[in-house]
Design a protein around this ligand. Structure first.
Ligand SMILES: Nc1ncnc2c1ncn2[C@@H]1O[C@H](COP(=O)(O)OP(=O)(O)O)[C@@H](O)[C@H]1O
Ligand SMILES: [Mg+2]
Length: 1005
């Protein structure tokens, strides 16, 4: 046979290509695109993406292609990613590659060792987490896109393993603003009802960012064009019709039929079955070539020439002659990714495989298993070797050999980010187990251990329910007389799963059961481990005192057997001690835990990351803002290195942002949280960052923005009931309500918060109490300003809040500051606040180095001075408060300070006042006619507003064209009607009642 069966011309597909070309253009402009290309086998998906790739390359794109591999039901973890990375290694200079991979190099080298030259790769024993891989890939793609635009093609997603599916789903969710087009192909005729790709497709269909291209078969004209291009000459109409009829317009079948036409085969003689069409060209080959094809089709994706020779039993010369025959006839091709030889199309491979007798297939699978086990170098891709061997033994029905191979494959999957594939291997091992009489000897494990391993794999792939039932199986299989230590450790595993499902109390109960199985006379590793886990679970279950007690036991136990990892774990848990007694001892435990983690756990970042998170958090609890920010900053560096910025790293960014917020470095906080959110962290990790942004916005008086951020918080934390999330959320809701003048809503939020207060959470409780008291003080003042009696329930409410406050410790200067504010607000509610009490509060905040509450306390101080007629002192306080608040950008406080300055006729810098006036969100309650109650005449009303704006009598006279004497009479009448003793106080009442004063700045309240 001569001449190719492949058309050198690209036929049709104009609209499809145009749509894809447009996505290329958008990708070049940083508008990340996702294209889903679907169609039946042989219709032309691959050819279309090749055409697209050519165009992309012409436009300067870097093209990376990954092929999903069909291999039994287990799949090869992340095979297409490995392909793509391999292309990257081939096409980039090492230094450029290092830049692009950045911190991802080490992690991705687990998949492809060439990525990190040198011995830097950590031991395979270290747990790799899916989140790390996802982040590494995301980061690397983003950085690649900065260099040049990228087209990433993932072929045949219907064959993908679960890890690849997870990766694709993640990229489609999280890749934004990168110069990347991700083009995915899949067979639409291959998706049975429960295919794992289905739910993903349903979700993607709803996304605006995802474009779909569905390929149809060729019409008659296109088939004729394709035939003409292949044969180099227009076919006779009858031939074209026959090819169209037989192929149905499927491009691959057209090619196969063209091959027959060229050999003058009569198409009418052909049996109508598709299989026969596909096999008819195979049948025309020599016996050796047919044998070679039958051997090759059992190999899977691709096969090296040496392996093919070994399994088929060909000598070298024979092999190459036969290979040539199959390649010349366009049945095999050289695999484009360099893995050896492969079928030109999977349709023919499947046809040849199906055409074999079952016994022949079994024999060939066994021969592959044998050859690969004897000489692993025969494999075309060492990374997939364990899974390949397991597949061949299983398909060869050799269960005794399939079993250990399957367990090897599971272990390999676990060290290359494939927990889901590991789980499938282990589930298969469990299925085979009863049919292998000497299973224990062959694997060195017992069935319980395999269940436990499977539970671990399920846990790590996020399938918590499955993990729970696998561990339950393991426990159920354990004979009653079994070693209690083993049962205890299984219970511990089970508790960890239960804990992560949010059932901390159940977890603690299970761990206590485990502990009871372990004698407390001699220390064992098992006992130390159960103690350490129990301490952590008790802390999560808010059983602080017990947690501390158990953590101490765990540390002693760990030390006595030299188990540093457990010592680290328990020390960090014990650090939480600080929360209950406010003593520095807790900090020392944290420091020690972190030190040990950094010293002894170089390749495993988790203990140290946990240490950084807890240590920085506790420092902040003690009000040691600068240190907290610094420690969190160190932790962030580690998180970047290990690819966990979007998860644990987000906590650390939150732990750095919070102290900076307190210290008044608001712009930096704004910037770092916005940047962290651009990486689209998910769940609670995003929630933490939104929470900080909500607080920042509220302090700036941007209440709409704060509300939006709070909605984000609610969406991200979901049903989370941890006080560390719910307390700040309610505090912020109260803050926004108060800022927009809705005292009732603010009170309600505070009431909700009071229901969830734990005495060992001073850091989150104190601010709530301050706001609670402040709401009541504002409410009482409102009554007084209206000359109404202050109802008794307000005092009752204040007493209630004060009682909670009395039960809280004050472990930090900030807590002392809040305590002072609570006292001052309570006095304000009672109408008895003095300069002394506010200046105490101001002093406390000066010591805590927090400019925001300091400026607030100073404004209040100025107010009481001014009410007492002490203008000089009032001026002094305003002159401190105003610049402080203004520098922060705390618009509401700036506004208050400016309004007060106006009332006491203190000129501030013009620019400052104007800016405060223009501050966004400076909000004021709707002035229902608040002045009506005082029975003022229209003229008196006019005069009052001018008084409120800080005008003197002569100024008022001039503005209203009345005499100074008349103005002064009006003012005395007004003061009498309002029941106040002076004009400044009258102005304050007008301001607090929210009546507009023109012209002038109005801060929100
Ligand atoms: N538009 C086209 N023009 C020319 N030949 C095509 C076209 N589409 C598909 N073919 C040919 O048909 C065969 C099957 O196409 P392929 O892209 O491999 O199908 P799929 O990936 O959908 O299974 C290939 O050999 C290819 O060259
Ligand atoms: Mg294809």
């Amino acid at each position: 046979m001569s001449g190719s069966v492949i058309s050198p011309v690209f036929i049709g597909r104009k609209d499809e290509l145009a749509a894809l070309a447009q996505l290329l253009d958008r990708a070049r402009a940083k508008d990340t695109g996702f294209a889903l290309i679907s169609g039946e086998a042989g219709v032309g998906k691959t050819r279309l993406v090749r055409e697209l790739a050519d165009r992309a390359a012409d436009l300067g794109f870097l093209v990376l292609t990954g092929q999903c591999v069909e291999l039994g039901a287990e799949g090869l973890p992340l095979a297409p990613l490995v392909d793509a990375l391999r292309t990257l290694v081939r096409t980039m200079r090492p230094d450029a590659l290092a830049d692009v991979l950045g911190p991802a190099a080490e992690g991705l080298a687990r998949l492809l060792p060439e990525l990190a030259p040198g011995p830097a790769v950590g031991p395979a024993a270290v747990e790799l987490q899916k989140a790390q891989l996802l982040e590494h890939v995301l980061g690397a793609l983003g950085r690649l896109g900065e260099e040049r635009p990228v087209l990433l093609v993932i072929e045949d997603l219907h064959w993908a393993d679960q890890s690849t599916l997870d990766l694709m789903a993640f990229l489609i969710r999280s890749l934004r603003d990168a110069r990347v087009l991700l083009a995915i192909t899949y067979r639409s005729d291959e998706l049975h009802r429960r295919h794992p790709l289905r739910p993903l497709l349903t979700a993607w269909e709803r996304m605006r960012t995802v474009d779909r291209v569905e390929l149809d078969r060729f019409d008659r004209g296109e088939v004729a064009a394709q035939l003409t291009a292949i044969l180099g000459d227009g076919p006779a109409p009858a031939v074209a019709d026959a090819v169209f009829d037989r192929s149905g317009g499927n491009a691959y079948l057209v090619e196969e039929l063209a091959g027959l036409v060229r050999n003058d085969r009569d198409l009418d003689e052909l049996s109508p079955s598709l299989l026969d069409v596909l096999l008819s060209r195979v049948d025309a080959l020599s016996a050796d070539a047919q044998k070679l094809l039958r051997t090759a089709c059992v190999a899977g994706r691709a096969v090296s020439d040496r392996l093919l020779a070994t399994v088929a039993g060909f000598a070298e010369a024979e092999l190459y002659a036969t290979l040539r025959e199959t390649v010349d006839n366009h049945l095999l091709i050289v695999d484009p990714s360099g893995y050896g030889y492969t079928f030109r199309h999977a349709l023919t491979r499947d046809a040849v495989y199906e055409d074999m007798l079952p016994g022949e297939r079994v024999r060939l699978h066994a021969a592959y298993g044998e050859a690969l086990a004897a000489d692993p170098h025969l494999a075309s891709d060492p990374g997939t070797l364990p899974a390949t061997i397991a597949h061949h033994w299983y398909a060869a029905l050799d269960l005794p050999r399939a079993l250990p191979a399957t367990i090897d494959a599971a272990r390999a999957a676990l060290t290359s980010y494939g927990p889901a594939e590991a789980l499938r291997h282990l589930e298969r091992a469990l299925e085979i187990w009863p049919r292998v009489p000497d299973a224990e000897e062959r694997t060195g494990l017992d069935q319980i251990e395999v269940s436990r391993l499977a539970a671990d794999a399920a846990y790590r792939s996020g399938a918590l329910d499955r993990a729970r039932s696998l561990i339950a199986d393991a426990l159920a299989q354990l004979p009653a007389e079994a070693n209690p230590e083993r049962r205890a450790l299984l219970l511990e595993r089970s508790a960890i799963i239960v804990r992560d499902q949010g059932e901390s109390a159940d977890a603690a109960a299970t761990l206590r059961e485990a502990l009871a199985l372990l004698p407390d006379d001699g220390v064992t590793r098992a006992r130390a481990q159960v103690l350490a886990t129990l301490a952590g679970a008790l802390m999560r279950a808010d059983e602080m005192p017990q947690s501390i007690e158990v953590a101490r036991l765990a540390i002693d136990a760990a030390r006595s057997i030299g188990a540093t990892d457990l010592e680290v774990d328990a020390s960090i848990t014990l650090g939480a001690l600080a929360y209950t007694d406010g003593a520095e001892a807790g900090l020392e435990w944290l420091r020690e835990g972190l030190r040990l983690a950094l010293a002894f756990s170089v390749d495993n970042p988790w203990p140290a990351l946990r240490g950084y998170v807890n240590y920085s958090d506790t420092l902040e609890m003690f009000g040691r803002h600068a240190e907290a920010a610094e420690v969190a900053g160190e932790g962030i560096k580690l998180a970047v290195r290990f690819g966990v910025v979007r998860t644990l790293g987000s906590y650390l960014i939150g732990n750095r942002a919070e102290p900076l917020l307190r210290l008044g470095q608001w712009d930096e906080v704004d910037q770092m949280t916005a940047e962290a959110l651009r990486a689209l962290p998910e769940g609670v990790f995003a929630g933490t960052l939104h929470q900080i942004r909500a607080e920042l916005a509220a302090m700036r008086g941007r209440y709409d923005e704060a509300s939006r951020e709070l909605k984000n918080v609610r969406r991200s934390i979901g049903a989370m009931v941890d006080a560390q999330f719910t307390l700040p959320f309610r505090y912020l809701s109260a803050m926004v309500a108060l800022g927009t003048g809705d005292l009732a809503a603010a009170r309600e939020a505070v009431t909700d918060a009071l229901g969830g207060i734990f005495p060992w959470m001073p850091r989150y409780c104190w601010p709530v109490l301050w706001l609670g008291m402040r709401v009541e003080a504002d409410e009482a003042t409102r009554f007084r300003d209206r000359r109404e009696d202050v109802p008794a329930w307000i005092a009752g409410r204040c007493d209630q809040i004060a009682r909670v406050a009395a039960s809280l410790i004050t472990p930090s200067p900030s807590a002392v500051g809040y305590q002072a504010l609570v006292a001052a607000e309570r006095a304000r509610a009672a109408g008895t606040d003095s300069a002394a009490i506010w200046s105490d509060a101001a002093e406390a905040w000066r010591r805590a180095e927090e400019p925001y509450p300091l400026s607030y306390a100073l404004v209040r101080l100025a107010e009481v001075h001014s009410a007492a007629g002490d203008r000089d002192e009032a001026v002094k306080a305003v002159q401190q408060a105003h610049p402080l608040a203004e520098k922060l950008g705390a618009a509401p406080i700036t506004g208050e300070a400016a309004a007060l300055a106006r009332r006491i006729r203190l000129p501030l810098e013009a620019g400052a006042a104007a800016e405060a006036a223009a501050a966004p969100g400076g909000h004021q309650p709707k002035p229902a006619d608040e002045l009506a109650r005082f029975g003022l005449t229209d003229r008196e009303r006019e005069v009052l507003l001018l008084v409120a704006a800080g005008r003197s009598n002569p100024e008022i006279a001039r503005e209203l064209f009345i005499s100074a004497k008349t103005a002064s009479v009006h003012v005395s009448n007004i003061l009498a009607k309002l029941g106040v003793s002076g004009r400044v106080e009258a102005a304050a009442v007008v301001h607090r009642l929210g009546v507009g004063v023109a012209p002038g700045p109005e801060g929100g309240r």
